[in-house]
Design a protein around this ligand. Structure first.
Ligand SMILES: [Zn+2]
Length: 225
């Protein structure tokens, strides 16, 4: 009996493992004698393990793939690290230049938040809570025939964001000095007239020029009674 190929292919595993009945064995062998394809299929069953062992080409391909994956991971990590560094650098530069710019831009304290009072021979400057301008400069000089003190209270824009407020305990404007008046000056006007660090510098201004065009921003804060 000549079996069709599809039936032989189904039977081949059983035949190979010698599980077929003798009649079946005979029919299968009869078919195999005349069918090269089915013989080849049987031969393949004899060497199934050989096929599962990857050849060197497959191994090389797998290794290459692994290396590629590792390279990819490495380049991804590198990209992330470079991105983080770039962001940090941009932030740092941003803070640096923002600080450089705003720490040299000054704002004036509102003179209505400042108070000058006298105790014995000392003139005190006090500020309402929360006055952010935290620098004070003062200069005693002759002005229109009187000994007066000019002072300015200011701070950088940067300090107004992050800096401390003016001391609420009060600052000495003039110690042991006989002054007859205290004038507040805005920062720009004060700086145009005096050295910012020139506390106590004697400087004759004004004289008999009255009104002095330089002192447009002057605010009389205290006068000897
Ligand atoms: Zn066949």
């Amino acid at each position: 009996m000549n079996l069709p190929c599809y039936l032989v292919r189904d039977l081949l595993p059983l035949y190979h493992d010698k599980l077929c009945a003798p009649d079946t064995v005979r029919d299968v062998e009869e078919h195999l004698d005349g069918c090269e394809d089915c013989r080849a299929a049987l031969a393949a069953l004899d060497a199934p393990e050989e096929k599962s062992v990857p050849d060197t080409e497959d191994l090389q391909r797998a290794q290459a793939l692994q290396m590629l994956q590792r390279k990819l991971v490495r380049s991804r990590i590198l990209t992330v690290v470079i991105s983080i560094l770039a962001v940090v650098l941009v932030l740092f530069a941003g803070v640096y230049f923002t600080h450089a710019y705003f720490s040299t831009r000054y704002i004036d304290a509102d003179p209505s938040a400042l108070h000058v009072s006298r105790e014995e021979n000392t003139l005190y400057l006090t500020a309402d809570p929360g006055v952010k301008a935290n620098c004070m400069s003062a200069t005693v000089c002759e002005y229109n025939g009187k000994t007066v003190v000019f002072f300015s209270v200011y701070g950088s824009v940067w300090d107004s964001w992050f800096g401390s407020s003016l001391s609420s305990g009060g600052l000495d404007l003039v110690r042991n000095g006989e002054v007859e008046a205290a004038y507040y000056l805005p920062y720009e006007e004060y700086r145009a007239l005096f050295d910012l660090s020139g506390i106590g510098t004697e400087l004759a201004i004004g004289g008999n020029q009255s009104p002095n065009p330089l002192l447009t921003g002057a605010v009389l804060m205290w006068e000897k009674g």
